[in-house]
Ligand binder design. Structure first.
Ligand SMILES: Cc1ncc(COP(=O)(O)O)c(C=O)c1O
Length: 370
């Protein structure tokens, strides 16, 4: 293979992105430092307002992480012991952990093999008298099929909490993800399409009651200082992170477009191979948080790329029902076959707005005979 690299190709290059907006970021951080308002400072409110406009929702509440966005949303709906919440087993552990943290039970429903998202056709059989909510996850930046999910939720009187941690800017039939369910949850973890330089998250909703509850929950359950209405959390979006996110929000659409361009290029470069490339459903505007391929020889492919100095990741090798933490649910191997098969076959290639076409070609060459 042609030698065009002397260094590893990482999954994401944080420093390259920072360099491209260095002056604006530094100025934004300095402004917060000089303001002396470090907790729920003006940048948090300004960023929340910008996100409401971006998503087309009435309320946005900045919280400490995407995990907390899920927990606080479920708590705001009053979900707790004795309740069941339906979600996918093929997601990051935080989705199901949030349900357990509220004292409720996660009930898994298998995925569609092409989009990797919860299969709406399998949701209804999983509903019981205890079911209170559904958490669809827009995995890898591809929206879950929300219309049938919302229809089922309406019929059975369930809440829909969108886990949009991986999908800021993705659209479902033209609508921003996060704005379709009763609540949407975002993560601003550094790797995310809109990522800060630490932890951060956001809850978006049109429901004033839920917005109010999440706002209180993030402040130890206190509307008024030292008067707790609820058992809350210390879970505010950090002001410095909000200032950083305000800068990055200006770029997120162009970065997502760049990700889509890179994905298209990968699709072309991989078109004559045995590798299954990602789909984009007719209802989807995919933002390629990950560019995830499938191969029955995934482990060999990962090794080959590693030897050629190309980093790859497996999101996720083990579906949640097979994780030790979820043994108590007594789900057996084979319960969710599509999630299990995906866990054995998926491989995410480097994708970020900063990756060059030369890097992409090098990666494809690195796959050799595959
Ligand atoms: C699908 C999904 N849900 C929830 C989370 C949790 O977000 P955070 O890491 O900000 O707590 C993540 C983040 O990795 C995620 O990918």
């Amino acid at each position: 293979m042609t030698e065009n690299k002397n260094v590893r190709i990482p999954m994401v290059d944080f420093k390259a992105q920072y360099k491209s907006i260095e002056k604006e970021i530094d100025a934004a951080i300095k402004e917060v430092l000089l303001s002396g308002q470090y907790i729920l400072g003006p940048a948090v409110k300004e960023f929340e307002e910008q996100v409401t406009a971006y998503c087309g929702v009435k309320y946005a509440i900045g919280v400490a992480s995407g995990s907390d966005a899920l927990i606080l949303s479920l708590r705001a709906f009053g979900i707790g012991p004795g309740d069941e919440v339906i979600t996918t087993p093929f997601t990051f552990v935080a989705t199901a952990h949030a349900i357990v943290h509220c004292g409720a039970k996660p009930v898994f429903v298998d995925i569609e093999p092409d989009t990797f998202n919860i299969n709406p056709a399998l949701i209804e059989p999983a509903i019981t008298k205890n079911t209170k909510a559904i958490i669809p996850v827009h995995l890898y930046g591809h929206p879950a099929n929300m219309d049938p999910i919302m229809e089922i939720a309406k019929t059975h009187n369930l809440y829909v909490v969108e886990d949009a941690a991986q999908a800021f800017g993705a659209r479902y039939n033209g609508k921003q993800v996060g704005s379709i369910g009763h609540v949407g949850c975002f993560s601003f973890f550094p790797t995310k399409n809109l990522g800060c330089y630490g932890d951060g998250g956001m809850v978006v909703t049109d429901n004033p009651d839920i917005a109010d509850k999440v706002d209180i929950l993030r402040r130890q359950g206190c509307r008024e200082k030292y008067h707790a209405e609820m058992i809350g959390y210390n879970s505010r979006l950090d002001t410095i992170q909000a200032a950083i996110l305000k800068v990055k929000l200006r770029y997120v659409d162009q970065w997502n477009e760049k990700r889509r361009y890179i994905a298209k290029k990968y699709n072309e470069l991989l078109s004559d191979t045995n590798i299954t490339t990602p789909v984009e459903a007719p209802y989807a505007y995919h933002v390629y948080h990950q560019y995830t391929i499938r191969s029955s020889r995934r482990d060999d492919l990962k090794q080959l790329l590693f030897e050629n100095d190309i980093d790859t990741s497996i999101y996720y090798p083990k579906p949640l029902h097979l994780q030790d933490a979820y043994k108590c649910l007594e789900n057996k191997k084979g319960s969710y076959p599509e999630s299990e098969r995906a866990g054995k076959e998926v491989l995410s290639l480097p994708i970020s707005p900063e990756i060059s076409e030369m890097d992409q070609e090098y990666i494809i060459q690195g796959m050799g005979i595959f």
